[in-house]
Design a protein around this ligand. Structure first.
Ligand code: ADP
Ligand code: MG
Length: 682
């Protein structure tokens, strides 16, 4: 049995109450935190050069030599200079320190030291080799930490220096490294040639060479991913063991409904519908993710699933991330489903108490069959009568917790979550690994590709002349701005300003203004009028970003387009191209950075959500969008969900094997303990 790790970092040599306080600012509270506080970078100070060969090329150099002279001078008041000269047989070099006389006692003549730093260029021209304030270390006084090796560079906070933190971590490693429990089963370590935990942690902080670091990182990333996969698969398994609702094939109602539509399902839609139907008609709770690019027709699939549950005398719930979207779904489905005799209600945060009470009552007394709404859907007061299916639209806007909260309102209802966020398959399997995946991979036929252009601000008047032509033709237009109102700090166009300007430009048309500071009532009014065609042009913020479906709108103008992310631009563009008219997306922006220009260029070149998502990943990295926290999974310190694709596949395979075999032997015990601990924490 290994010794327990002490919890307080004050057990570490060199850490007193003051430093302990400082370290909490870096989120280091326990010895384990400290051991897992990995460097943000490394500096190679292992390459010892002969002094003779040194050139002042701006790079840091490392040399080693015997001290031959120590001098201290005070050329004037308030200035003291310490000069320590070392020799390595090839030449002499001096380390020079200003006003740090106390350093003198750290040097001793005839002992060997290593110096790292940049050569002073001016002095070099006078044939003097000097380094100002070099990092130094005595060679024979134990291990080298700060120089003469690959040296870790940590993120710091005020109150601690690089050398101090390095020393403290070094001490922690020396005293406690071998107390860390290694949860990876020996068999896996052998199979993938993985380092031991101790060797890996050491390799992250003080790698012997690059290879050591790479192996250390690989081992730690593998462990993180394995734990992640085990958590997800266990979650999934837990659900599969539950008894769910077995829906019955509802007969004519579905074909009748389908034939009442003005279009037919595409083959891609038919495939995913069969997958969903199959799940619903099994006694296991459905856990399915429906992925499909903007405009691919996910809503109709959700509607079919809702009809199936209602025809089985269950209630359905349909959750949207914004009130505007919830309302849109409500208007459409009330019409479509009302004809079939189903009752549909809307519940959002802005109902007044009387209305709310009424809706709540109709839900608990089973007077309503389908409840559409926002977060308000899972508040405590609502008691669903018989919840059969939960649909969550634009799932990426919600956390995993909200998913659980809503599902827990029923007894293992079926769950369908939908997203337009295309993510690579391995990533989907990781982040959404507890869900089965259905993909609509084709848009409905007859869509004309949206023409996307990028213009700079100076082209504005020409753009709005083009907008006028479209308005005259009876088409509708969105103009999206990054801000609601003018701001001192942010130099960008606000919706309110734009509205003022455009009201003059388009005095002969009806304009509306939409942003999140309007009351729910006002928002609803504006959207209703835009939907009905009464308003010709809508000036808006990103409140229109997801889900809106107004087929007659054919132009999307985005002001200060450089202020939006790629995924956002793609979503905004998806508001047009939904009807028979040729649609346009016009990006107006003068990006100040190459990355910004690249983003707008990508938009003009691609209309494929998958491709755009990949570009987005390249430009920004995984970011919070693809982060693990939102999915109810632990943070990844080492592994990278984009770069470690191979490790992800391996860890997934191994996690599946581990779970299926139910390995309970001793060598797996630590692993299961860690998993239980993590399950408890999240
Ligand atoms: P999203 O997947 O972005 O949520 P929607 O469900 O809003 O897309 O669908 C976009 C538009 O496409 C809607 O107006 C919808 O009526 C229409 N649509 C859906 N399926 C088809 C289809 N098979 N053929 C033609 N139009 C379709
Ligand atoms: Mg949608």
């Amino acid at each position: 049995m290994k010794k327990e790790l002490p919890s307080s970092i004050q057990f570490i040599k060199g850490v007193g109450p003051r430093l302990a306080d400082t370290l909490t600012k870096l989120n280091i509270e326990s010895v384990e935190d400290l051991l897992y506080y990995f460097p943000r970078d490394y500096q190679d100070r292992s390459n010892l050069l002969p002094i003779q060969q040194l050139r002042p090329d701006g790079n840091e150099v490392t040399v080693q030599g015997k001290v031959i002279r120590i001098t201290e001078s005070k050329p004037r008041r308030g200035l003291s200079i310490l000069r320590v000269t070392i020799s390595d047989q090839t030449d002499l070099l001096s380390g020079v320190w200003f006003n740090q006389p106390f350093l003198k006692k750290q040097f001793e003549k005839d002992k060997v030291y290593i110096f790292s730093g940049k050569l002073n260029e001016k002095r070099w021209r006078f044939n003097q080799k000097e380094i100002n304030n070099p990092v130094f270390e005595e060679v024979d006084a134990g291990d080298n930490i700060h120089t003469g090796r690959v040296v870790p560079i940590y993120s710091l906070t005020s109150g601690i220096t690089q050398q101090r933190l390095r020393q403290v971590i070094y001490n922690a490693l020396r005293d406690y490294l071998h107390h860390l429990p290694d949860v990876l089963p020996p068999l896996l370590k052998e199979k993938y040639h993985l380092l031991s935990l101790a060797d890996s942690i050491e390799g992250m902080h003080f790698p012997e060479n690059r290879q050591h670091y790479v192996k250390a990182r690989t081992r730690l990333a593998f462990e993180e991913l394995l734990l992640l996969q085990l958590l997800i698969l266990k979650r999934k398994k837990g659900i599969l063991e539950k008894k769910g609702i077995k829906h019955h094939e509802p007969g004519k109602v579905l074909p009748n409904f389908l034939s009442s539509l003005s279009f037919e399902l595409t083959p891609a839609q038919q495939v995913v519908w069969q997958e969903i139907k199959g799940d619903m008609e099994r006694a296991i709770p459905m856990q399915r993710l429906l992925q499909g690019d903007v405009g691919s027709g996910k809503t109709i699939i959700a509607t079919l699933a809702l009809i199936e549950t209602m025809a089985n005398n269950f209630q359905g719930v349909f959750m949207a991330p914004t009130e505007i979207l919830a309302e849109q779904h409500y208007i459409k489905l009330k019409d479509l489903l009302g004809r079939l005799g189903f009752n549909v209600s809307l519940i959002t945060g802005s109902l007044n108490p009387v209305e709310r009470k009424e809706v709540e009552e109709s839900i608990s007394t089973n007077k309503t069959d389908l409840i559409i709404g926002t977060h308000a859907l899972f508040q405590e007061k609502i008691n669903y009568h018989r919840l059969g299916l939960v649909v969550i639209d634009e799932q990426h806007r919600f956390g995993v917790e909200q998913r659980f909260q809503l599902v827990n309102k029923g007894e293992n209802p079926d769950l369908l979550v939908m997203t337009a966020t295309p993510i690579p398959r391995t990533l989907a399997l990781t982040l959404y690994g507890d869900l089965d995946l259905s993909v609509i991979d084709r848009l409905p036929p007859g869509r004309k590709p949206i023409i996307t252009t990028w213009r700079n601000q100076e082209a504005s008047s020409g753009i709005y002349r083009f907008v006028r032509e479209k308005l005259i033709n009876g088409e509708q237009v969105y103009v999206v701005c990054p801000l609601i109102e003018p701001s001192e700090e942010v130099k960008a166009i606000s919706a309110i300003e734009k509205m003022e300007v455009l009201t003059k430009t388009f005095a002969d048309f009806q304009l509306g203004l939409l942003h999140s500071k309007l009351s729910a009532e006002e928002k609803k009014g504006v959207m209703d009028r835009f939907r009905s065609g009464e308003l010709n042009l809508l000036v808006s913020t990103t409140v229109v970003e997801v889900g809106l479906d107004v087929a007659n709108a054919s132009v999307m103008v985005i002001e200060n387009a450089e202020r939006f992310g790629l995924a956002q631009l793609h979503q905004l563009r998806g508001r047009v191209g939904r009807g028979k008219n040729q649609s346009y997306c016009i990006l107006i922006g003068n990006p100040g950075t190459e990355e910004g220009r690249q983003r707008l260029r990508v938009m003009t070149q691609s209309s494929d959500g998958f491709q755009i998502a990949e570009e987005d990943l390249k430009l920004r990295g995984p970011g919070e969008f693809f982060g693990t926290k939102q999915h109810g999974l632990p943070d990844l310190k080492v592994a990278n969900l984009i770069k470690d694709q191979k490790l992800i596949s391996y860890s997934r395979q191994e996690a599946e094997v581990l779970l299926s075999r139910h390995n309970r032997q001793e060598e797996y015990q630590l692993l299961w303990e860690r998993i239980t601990e993590l399950e408890f924490k999240i």
